[in-house]
Design a protein around this ligand. Structure first.
Ligand SMILES: [Zn+2]
Length: 189
């Protein structure tokens, strides 16, 4: 038995699939109530250390590989074929240079991703330029609350997570700004 089609079949036949519309949704991923500032508002300045000298990052990592291989070979010979006397001091030397090599390789690998990391001490920062050159800089800013000088410091508990904060010279406890290094202008060679 045919099924007569009743009803109005007109229409634009458009199909409305509910794709989530997130426009206007307020996604808050920031967990602090601290205000944010742009680098322009803070007058962030870079102060190059070591007279503005920079290093090629690929030569840093190849330095690491060569030194690492050389120190392993040296370690092998001092441990398994000890020369007369002085064995322990040589193996210490090769161990030390191996650690230096691993650090050089790891550091350039980290910087290739992050372009910014704190350097030894708390005031100096290693940065990688667009052309892959490494330079050490200090960073200062102007306090948006009182106009005093601010220094970027790597601060935090000894074992805990540390963060990079601009600390005001006049009120270093309350006038602090967390730095987002990705907001910094690119380092030019
Ligand atoms: Zn201040």
């Amino acid at each position: 038995m045919p099924n007569p089609n009743h009803g109005d079949q007109s229409g634009d036949h458009s199909l409305n699939v509910g794709v989530g519309d997130f426009r206007g949704a307020n996604v808050n991923i920031s967990n602090s109530e601290r205000p944010t500032f742009t680098p322009e508002q803070l007058y962030i300045e870079r102060h190059p250390a070591f007279g503005g000298r920079s290093l090629d990052s690929s030569s840093v990592s190849s330095f690491g590989y060569i030194t690492g291989a050389a120190s392993l070979i040296g370690l092998y010979f001092t441990v398994f074929q000890p020369p007369l006397g002085g064995q322990s001091s040589w193996s210490t030397f090769f161990m030390f240079s191996f650690v230096v090599a691993v650090m050089a390789v790891a550091m350039s690998a980290v910087l290739r991703r992050r372009k910014f990391d704190h350097f030894f001490g708390s005031r100096h920062y290693l940065e990688m330029s667009q052309n892959g050159r490494l330079a050490v800089n200090r960073l200062t800013a102007q306090c948006p609350w009182c106009g005093s000088l601010m220094h970027l410091r790597h601060v935090g508990p000894k074992e805990g997570p540390r963060e990079d904060l601009f600390l005001c010279e006049r009120n270093p406890r309350q006038h602090t700004i967390q730095l987002d290094p990705t907001a910094l202008p690119d380092l030019e060679d």
